[in-house]
Design a protein around this ligand. Structure first.
Ligand SMILES: [Zn+2]
Ligand SMILES: [Zn+2]
Ligand SMILES: [Zn+2]
Length: 139
């Protein structure tokens, strides 16, 4: 689990503390689920414009504050990296997408097993998304 503050994350990754960046990071840290660009647009409607949200997400991805997860509708969602080093993402955890509420959650305790690839293939990113019902929807 991530316990950092937006300010300390920005400092740690050598990014300037702009109020937009702080607001966007706050939204991620306050939310246990992954967020999409649309989620952020709705949340910050009238406060932060689309292009700025897009730019912030890209910067956060590049430096290694956020990672990307596709959901079943091929919409990209983003979640805070908790084990990545600067500019070096190494994600091998499983993601869970609830087919009822469409929330995507990082399952950090479940790692993707090493999958042997045929000769000549190089893996760049491993993404494993499990579909089903989350705890809330199961209750
Ligand atoms: Zn990462
Ligand atoms: Zn659910
Ligand atoms: Zn994740």
């Amino acid at each position: 689990m991530v316990t950092s503050s937006p300010e300390s994350l920005l400092t740690g990754f050598n990014l300037r503390h702009t109020s937009q960046r702080i607001h966007i990071l706050k939204a991620f840290l306050a939310n246990p689920h992954a967020l999409s660009h649309t989620d952020l647009e709705q949340k910050f409607e009238g406060q932060i414009d689309r292009a700025t949200i897009y730019r912030c997400l890209k910067q956060f991805l590049d430096v290694g504050i956020l990672h990307r997860i596709p959901d079943e509708q091929f919409q990209t969602k983003y979640a805070v990296c908790s084990t990545c080093e600067h500019e070096h993402h190494h994600h091998d955890h499983v993601h869970f997408n609830c087919e009822n509420c469409n929330m995507t959650t990082c399952i950090e305790q479940a790692t993707i097993p090493n999958i042997p690839l045929p000769e000549g293939f190089t893996a760049k990113e491993k993404i494993l998304v499990i579909q089903g019902l989350c705890r809330n929807c199961n209750a």
